[in-house]
Design a protein around this ligand. Sequence first.
Ligand code: NAD
Length: 420
Amino acid sequence: MGNVNTILTNARTNFERAAKRLTGVCSDDVLAKIREPKERIEITLAPQLSDGKVHVFKAFVVRYSDALGPAKGGIRLSPTTSIDDVHGLAMEMTWKCALIGVPFGGGKSGIVADPLTLNPRDKEIVIRSFARNAHRHISPFVYVPAPDMGTNDIDMGHIKDVIASNFGGATTHGCYVTGKPIIMGGIAGRREATGRGVAMTAVEAMKLCKLDPKSSTAIVQGFGNVGSVAAKALSDLGLKIVGIGDVFGAIYSANGIDVSALNDHVAKTGKVTCFTGAENIDGQKLLEMPCDLLVPAAAANQITEQNAANVKAKVIAEGANSPTTPKADAILEEKGVFVIPDILCNAGGVFVSYLEYTQETQQEQMAEEVVHQRLAERMAKTFRQVHALAGEQKVSMRDAAMLLAVQRVCAALTARGMLP
Ligand code: NAD
């Protein structure tokens, strides 16, 4: 079992590589403090679902760090999530928030349930049960959740409603959750922010690799919130999308896939497969098909020591969290593949969540063009910072991103002081 890759083992390996380089720069005491999460909480939900029976679900909240501000991170609803996964994802959120420069710490939640088998009514009951039972861990000053795999804006709206009702109010005082429907205080452009940010960083990397988007091809694994938006944004930038996959399988067409038409097909059938004009292929084979840009935007541990050598892409943009194992990283580096690490590539979502947080605190409304502009500026600036450090220190983009992020969290902890 020692060699099994998990989100947590990947996160720890990446942290230790940074910690080693930061010995002497950050104190050992501070590094010891951020090696472990502040809180790991397990909750039992037992709602009565629409069949009239009580169903028991495990849920987790991990507040990894609040050195820079309230913990921030999405709620994953998945049949396979575990407290260790949530711990690893909360650790990653800590570095992501520090890197993209928002005043948040890192957190994450998980609910062990299957979004594909819960009907919409039952999903709402489970989400409301989570909000009621996890309420004391959620606040603008403690932990602010958002959507992640298996959850969306509708779910965040239900969470705000539960918390507002608990206070007996129509709304909450400040921002308890981001990624809400716009009509409930959400922000224009949040749903698209992660996918757009992925496309923005991918194009920056392609420029450095002398790849012209207008004559390049891309493959996207995952066609949910992040994958579908990234695919559309890349296609709008001129890339030909030749392959797309989801949990049920994948499709490939050397002539290109019409992403808008695929959206309609998925809305009708629930899957990307059996799409006119593309052939069905094996979901894992998708990652090894010819393309210039590969965007893993689904599950963790997809690019591993087993398939990394067969990846044809010259650039990998990590839309998903932890899609590449550390051993695969070494193989890709050796091959000269440009990897945009998850904590940079998919940080657009948390950046726009920060705008939503400030908007709600100030009772303001921000226009979508302003959101888009600020997102584009922040992604480009952070990409440049990471790339410059990678060049200076002769390290990978992942190592450079981790160095910047961990150093910022260490600086915040040092400024706060080490007691009690
Ligand atoms: P989602 O639930 O909207 O969509 C997930 C997609 O991935 C679906 O198309 C699903 O079929 C597919 N998928 C799931 N497991 C798969 C597997 N084993 N193989 C192939 N495809 C699979 O989720 P999302 O919000 O798009 O999140 C996708 C990834 O992006 C996750 O790793 C998530 O942590 C990360 N992420 C999301 C956000 C966000 O704002 N939603 C922000 C940062 C990172």
